[in-house]
Ligand binder design. Structure first.
Ligand code: PMP
Ligand code: GLU
Length: 396
């Protein structure tokens, strides 16, 4: 009776787990949420103030579909300054979060049956977004040794006459990998050679630790720039998840199509949040550095503690705020008579027995893993790690 396509779309597991943890907390349960990737910090004061000023000035009406001119200008300058990319306002479309920008991009590029290559482990929403837009997700496995970056050989195996695009995400969710310039160059060469689009999700750009560096694939030459839709937003960098502002940069031709689609679906992003995003992008950036330092300290603690738990292992993330933990050596063991045979079982038992919320790897295309977000308060994090250690030690 209902749309077959719509019924094939599964709900976002990250948001589902986050909602469950928040609900339990509301009910008074002492739950620790390593679920959704949402910074625990407040949105910086100067950004909030810009929004208050917007309300008081009556900036509460429809705006241009692709965004207010000052925000398009701010994004254009940010891309030039941070990424060495020349994009004019007409290349940019502001959307209701990076999620929406990604959906607009796929809607603009795909014909029914077009294949989109998604390197696994991938962020949960990519395959579903491709399906929503009548495309076919083609998942390819990447290797830990290649910091989860697809090599040209990996990509070649997925190539068919229907391949239309590749989605890349660096720094990446859920593994925290950062692709090197050479790795990105190889993807760019492959895309240009086979005339493919690249959707580059750069939402975690500002959250890189150690010596790794962020490179925008679009900066690697005019040919790849023409084929790239760059997606970014303010959610993670400025602790603005609820404001729902993301943006894309692409050729003016693609931007125009994305804008037409958006004009019918949502018109534009919230007028007040757009003003706040201008303040975020053009205001002082020390808040970003402070949050990054806090994440980095948590990252180090997380890696140390997880590695000290016999049976768990993890790779050291270089970016974003997630730890991807291999729990497969616990499979077949039981907690209080309850057998753990998968990461779904592991996550369910951990939540019910120890009130700790984590996301099982199944939704990321990596069923041996669980994902822990370290975007939660440090005390909570330490308490949660103790509970995880106690849970794993009690597995028999
Ligand atoms: N891309 C990735 C990889 C993410 O983890 C997220 C998380 N929210 C998004 C895009 C979407 O961000 P938002 O819609 O909040 O801008
Ligand atoms: N992107 C974050 C995550 O992976 C937030 C939730 C979501 O948008 O899926 O947890």
């Amino acid at each position: 009776m209902f749309s077959r396509k719509a019924q094939s779309i599964s709900p976002s597991p990250t948001l589902t787990i986050d909602a469950k943890a928040k609900q339990l907390k509301k009910e008074g349960v002492d739950v620790i949420g390593f679920g959704a990737g949402e910074p625990d910090f407040e949105t910086p004061a100067h950004i909030k103030e810009a929004a208050v000023r917007a309300i008081e000035a009556g900036f509460t009406r429809y705006t241009p579909v692709a965004g207010i001119p000052e925000l398009l200008e701010a994004v254009s300058q940010k891309l030039q300054k941070d990424n060495g990319l020349a994009y004019e306002p007409r290349n940019i479309v502001v959307a209701n979060g990076a999620k929406h920008a990604l959906c607009n991009a796929l809607a603009a590029l795909l014909n029914p049956g077009d294949e989109v290559v998604i390197p696994a482990p991938y962020w949960v929403s990519y395959p579903e977004m491709v399906k929503i837009n009548d495309g076919v997700p083609v998942v390819i496995q990447t290797k830990k040794e290649n910091n989860f970056c697809p090599s040209p050989e990996d990509l070649k195996q997925a190539l068919t006459p229907k391949t239309k695009a590749i989605i890349i995400n660096s720094p990446g969710n859920p593994t925290g990998q950062v692709y090197s310039k050479e790795q990105l160059q190889a993807i760019a060469d492959f895309a240009v050679q086979h005339n493919l689009f690249v959707i580059a999700d750069e939402i975690y750009e500002k959250l890189i630790y150690g010596d790794s560096e962020h490179v925008s694939i679009a900066s690697l030459g005019e040919e790849i720039k023409k084929r790239t839709v760059l997606v970014n937003g303010v959610s993670k960098t400025y602790a603005m998840t609820g404001w729902r502002i993301g943006y894309s940069a692409s050729t003016a031709e693609i931007a125009k199509i994305m804008s037409s689609i958006q004009s019918h679906a949502t018109s534009h992003a919230n007028s007040i949040a757009q003003k706040a995003a201008v303040a975020a992008l053009t205001g002082p950036q020390d808040c970003v550095q402070e949050m990054k330092e806090a994440f980095d300290a948590r990252r180090k603690t997380m890696v140390g503690k997880i590695r000290s738990i016999p049976g768990l292992s993890c790779i050291e993330p270089q970016g974003a705020f997630y730890l991807f933990v291999d729990v497969s050596s616990t499979f077949g063991r039981a907690y209080n008579g309850r057998t753990v045979n998968s990461s779904d079982d592991f996550a369910a038992a951990l939540l019910e027995e120890k009130q700790v919320a984590v996301v099982p790897g199944t939704g990321f295309g990596a069923p041996d893993y669980i994902r822990l977000s370290y975007a939660l308060a440090t005390e909570q994090m330490l308490k949660g790690l103790e509970r995880i250690a106690a849970f794993v030690r009690a597995l028999a």
